[in-house]
Design a binder for this molecule. Structure first.
Ligand SMILES: Nc1ncnc2c1ncn2[C@@H]1O[C@H](COP(=O)(O)OP(=O)(O)OP(=O)(O)O)[C@@H](O)[C@H]1O
Ligand SMILES: [Mg+2]
Length: 444
């Protein structure tokens, strides 16, 4: 368990002692005599751990701690401090140091603490590794896909995740476009990087350029300091451009250049900065039509559409409804701490008949709502909103009056029997018909 350690100490003898001791214990150790030089060394090569003195001329230990945290977020800091400044040590912990040691340094104690940090780091790495292996064994486990169309899209997701290619996710509202984008990221080699999402319809046009590419201090009124754009923030990870159709034309050109050159030019800057990210874009609009109408640049469209994933409306994949319902029941039962286990066959029939204009999102909301009203283990039609029941009924009825009445009668009887828990006597009473005519109708 070797760590890459940077010792920062202005007192030369102590600095050398610390370096020699930690080296002897098998770590890779560098040393710096002040904060400024320490930062320069970190820029050259990252360290796992910075062991720094608190009191130093120029930049003190606390300031160094802040800089390490903002510029080298993966690096841990241990503060060395004399008895006289224990309050400062506490302050250091509050600001994010992982530990502190009192001077004079107890070397065995130091070795022990460093060892503990090394174990912690190894555990974190192992954890990440395990997470990745889980993903490999259970492909796209959050995406429910029983229909052949969705199975096909799942295969595309699995293949494209392994590459770095740009992906365009298309589909009507609520079909799972963002879910797919997140799945691609979490199953890609960039899964330890960030997944940064921006909804392009939600950012005012005047702010969009600076949001995406960043800006330099003073480049416009209100730009009081340099700001990193989202394309830079997503470095090493994935940038999800949601509602891509909403990028104004003049920014489309800049976006295209950024993608092609793999660099961004912050507002007010002349130096382009390299960016390293995977792009995923999504829209529920027809981009091809927008290209034809001159509202979307064709070259950008081709750039984004390297791999295309088309999510069908829920109505085109009815067989996904039962497993989706099961998935949402499990998800919300856990959250709501309710014992709901399943939906009754009648609820599933209603769900299959309903026209889900809001697609999977609307279905999830319907399940969630029903679960709120459900006290038992099974979701029943009475737990659904009455509009949903009424609408499903109407939508499923044939046009001819005689047939429609017949279908309605059958469904109504089935529902009353179900609501009576299968008790036909009770159902007959509710329907205000005799038991024998109920039996006759059931046989029909
Ligand atoms: N195949 C699926 N399996 C499991 N959950 C799904 C599936 N598809 C969608 N969902 C869930 O439905 C909800 C809506 O999905 P999402 O936000 O990804 O849709 P969207 O296509 O981005 O919608 P919009 O166009 O409105 O932005 C989310 O809670 C998501 O987890
Ligand atoms: Mg979305």
């Amino acid at each position: 368990m070797k760590l890459n350690i940077l010792v920062v100490e202005d007192e030369p003898i102590l600095r050398e002692d610390l370096r020699a001791f930690l080296r002897e214990r098998g770590h890779r150790v560098r040393a710096a005599e002040d904060g400024r030089r320490a930062l320069a060394q970190l820029d050259e090569e990252e360290a796992d751990l910075v062991l720094t003195d608190l009191r130093m001329a120029g930049m003190d230990g606390l300031e160094l701690l802040d800089r390490v945290q903002s510029d080298h977020p993966g690096t841990l800091v241990i503060m060395l401090t004399a008895y006289a400044s224990v309050e400062n040590a506490v302050e250091a912990l509050r600001r994010g140091a992982v530990d502190y040691l009192l001077k004079p340094v107890e070397y065995e104690e130091l070795a022990l603490r460093v060892l503990r940090l090394a174990e912690l780091r190894d555990m974190q790495r192992e954890n990440q590794l395990l997470k990745r292996q889980l993903h490999l064994r259970e492909p796209s486990r959050d995406i429910v896909a029983r229909s052949p169309q969705m199975q096909e899209e799942l295969r595309t997701i699995d293949t494209v995740a392994a590459s770095d290619g740009t992906v365009l996710v298309l589909g009507p509202s609520g079909t799972g476009k963002e879910l797919v984008a997140r799945a691609i990221h979490s199953r890609s080699p960039r899964c330890d990087g960030r997944f940064v999402a921006i909804n392009l319809a939600a950012v005012p046009e005047t702010l969009l350029e600076s949001e995406l590419f960043g800006h330099r201090k003073g480049s416009f009124t209100g730009a009081i300091r340099n700001k990193e754009g989202l394309m830079t923030a997503a470095g090493g990870g994935t940038l999800f451009l949601d509602e891509i159709s909403e990028v104004p034309l003049h920014l489309q050109a800049k976006l295209l250049r950024a993608i092609e050159e793999r660099e961004v030019q912050p507002v007010g800057s002349v130096d382009p900065q390299p960016v390293d990210l995977r792009l995923i874009a999504a829209t529920n609009r027809n981009l091809e039509e927008m290209v034809e109408a001159g509202l979307f640049r064709q070259d950008l469209y081709y750039r984004l559409n390297v791999v295309e994933i088309r999510l069908p409306a829920l109505a085109e994949r009815e067989e996904d409804i039962p497993p989706l319902v099961e998935h949402f029941i499990q998800k919300h039962a856990r959250e709501m701490k309710k014992p709901v286990r399943a939906a009754s066959p009648e609820v599933l029939r209603l769900f299959r008949r309903h026209r889900w204009r809001g697609n999977v999102r609307e279905l999830e909301n319907a399940v969630e709502r029903a679960m709120i009203f459900c006290d038992g283990e099974i979701l029943l039609p009475e737990h659904l909103s009455s509009q949903l029941v009424a609408r499903s009924e109407e939508e499923g009825l044939p046009e001819a009056l005689k047939e429609a009445v017949h279908v309605f009668e059958r469904r109504h009887i089935q529902r009353q029997v179900e609501l009576s828990g299968g008790d036909k006597n009770l159902a007959a009473q509710r329907l205000e018909i005799s038991l024998s005519s109920l039996y006759r109708k059931l046989e029909e």
